[in-house]
Design a protein around this ligand. Structure first.
Ligand code: ZN
Length: 520
């Protein structure tokens, strides 16, 4: 789990820290947490962008990137965000203009309404970010380049394309933070899944962001959606939907999919399920509908909200925040533009992150998804290990491995396709006994969990492959049709009565279990 990839998205780190606290306090008290921590491990990186986040929290600026000063900002002209009226907030400016796109709502003077194409004769405005215009020549107002650059969000190698440069990276993993993360993830083969906390909007985004579902294995989609729906259920009334990053709800222009994301690196290159979790849904709280109901990501841009939606948001601002979420429009003398009005929604702890009074609620709603996911990951166990004396001094040792998890030991079909998943092994530590038949270490097939039995949204032949009945072959038990979660191995050993041997099953993702068998 990680958080705060984007400087502004500080809620992510809070949710990570909340989960750590929840796990530590629950251990030994809560059966579910204790059981999970006894068998699984969590790696938590609460803040991936400390430089950008520090600027975000200690200055008034919103666009703080990876905290790296942008040399182009020094000399390129344009509008750059600034607290023009000195009230401690950077919001918007509205400037009267007969050719403007906006007018003031008749129902609430705070609300701006988009001008209809065939509407004439009123008082119209243009809206800009509150800021100063360097090198202004009286013509069109252009945005200056960002003051800070960098950030790791689109710095990942999976389907990276040059357009990812817009997010700061010249080549994949050129940001030291992304490189360090990638090295860590790749060297921890036990990792079964990933979750990156971002804000905002209230949705749970699965792979692929870069390509449509037609390029994914249908069984993976079924399992991915099934687990995503659990995430939705955990959010209760807030109903954060689970969507594909490539869906038209999240990626409006199919020609511009989000390439180079960490989530796709996890799914495609590490072969495990991963999500981008967009925390906090202010509009949903205000009763404008959840992310899906209000039309997806289009709503995130203020230009796309209807007057009714804006009026509802203001009512909520009054009811829940005592009106504090919005700076009322007021006249200001602007150094370049002359008379303007400054006002609009505050951003940092309204839209982008929850106001403090809603923070804990958000952590509880969103923080337990990976706890539940951890409980679904594969876990191998020796359910039976026994020895039988065949003739005096010769013993048959037999052990059965079972996957007690919901997901198979390969986790995804993608892992099989890309040859990422190492098979389960069964090994005998014979000690003083002499191994007569059966390999010291044998490779088993992957062990199914229960995920191939999920009720999919599609018709898919999800059952384990049909085959002949189970049988022993070359010392190894080959599972037939039926329960793919079990496999057995068998050895012959020569030993004195009373000695013992140890059987070990191991799986990269499903852990290790061992049992000592006494030869008696
Ligand atoms: Zn983000």
């Amino acid at each position: 789990m990680d958080g705060n990839t984007h400087a502004a998205e500080v809620t992510g780190r809070e949710v990570c820290l909340w989960l750590v606290k929840h796990l530590l306090e629950g251990y030994g008290e809560d059966d579910e947490i204790t059981g999970i921590l006894d068998t699984r491990v969590f790696y938590v990186l609460p803040c991936l962008n400390p430089d950008g986040a520090e600027l975000y929290l200690t200055t008034l600026y919103h666009r703080t990137g990876g905290g790296i000063p942008n040399p182009e900002w020094e000399w390129r002209p344009g509008l750059t965000e600034e607290d023009v009226d000195g009230d401690g907030e950077i919001v918007k400016m509205r400037v009267r203009d007969p050719n403007g796109d906006w007018r003031v709502s008749d129902k609430d003077p705070r609300v701006m309404v988009k001008r209809d194409p065939d509407e004439f004769g009123g008082v119209y405005y243009k809206i800009f970010t509150e800021g100063v215009i360097r090198g202004y020549d009286g013509g069109e107002i252009k945005m200056a380049p960002p003051r800070w650059i960098g950030g790791t969000n689109r710095n990942w190698p999976e389907r990276w394309k040059p357009e990812s440069r817009a997010y700061g990276a010249d080549v994949p993993l050129d940001e030291p933070e992304a490189r360090a993360q990638a090295d860590f993830w790749r060297s921890h083969k036990n990792i079964c899944g990933g979750l990156a906390y971002h804000t905002h909007g209230g949705l749970i985004v699965r792979s692929s962001s870069a390509v449509p579902d037609s390029e994914l294995d249908i069984k993976d989609i079924a399992t991915y959606e099934y687990i995503g729906d659990i995430g939705t259920r955990l959010t209760g009334k807030a109903k954060y939907p689970s969507v594909s990053g490539n869906s038209s709800l999240f990626t409006l222009d199919p020609a511009k999919p989000r390439v180079g994301t960490a989530k796709d690196f996890f799914f495609d290159i590490m072969g495990v399920y991963a999500w981008t979790y967009e925390l906090w849904d202010m509009a949903g709280m205000a009763g404008v509908g959840n992310f899906e109901e209000r039309g997806g990501i289009r709503f995130t841009r203020f230009e796309n909200r209807t007057e009714e939606e804006n009026l509802r948001l203001q009512e909520w601002n009054d009811e829940a925040l005592g009106g504090e979420g919005f700076v009322d429009w007021r006249p200001v003398e602007h150094p370049q533009l002359g008379p303007v009005e400054v006002g609009g929604w505050k951003q940092k702890f309204t839209w982008r992150n929850p106001p403090t009074i809603f923070l804990e609620e958000e952590c509880i709603r969103s923080g337990t998804f990976m706890l539940t996911y951890a409980a679904l990951t594969p876990r191998v166990e020796l359910v039976n290990a026994e020895a039988e004396e065949v003739v005096p001094g010769l013993y048959r040792v037999r052990a059965i491995a079972k996957n007690q998890g919901f997901l198979p030991t390969n986790v995804t079909e993608q892992a099989l396709k890309a040859k990422l998943a190492k098979k389960v092994t069964m090994e005998i530590e014979a000690g003083e006994a002499e191994l007569i038949m059966g390999g010291k270490k044998m490779e088993l097939n992957h062990l199914e969990g229960r995920s191939h039995k999920v009720p999919g949204r599609f018709y898919t032949p999800l059952g384990p492959k049909r085959g002949p009945p189970g049988r022993f072959f070359g010392g190894m038990f080959i599972t037939g049709g039926g329960d793919g979660s079990l496999q057995a191995a068998e050895w012959l050993v020569k030993a004195r009565k009373g000695t013992s041997v140890t059987v070990v099953v191991s799986s990269e993702k499903g852990g290790v279990d061992r049992k000592t068998v006494s030869l008696a």
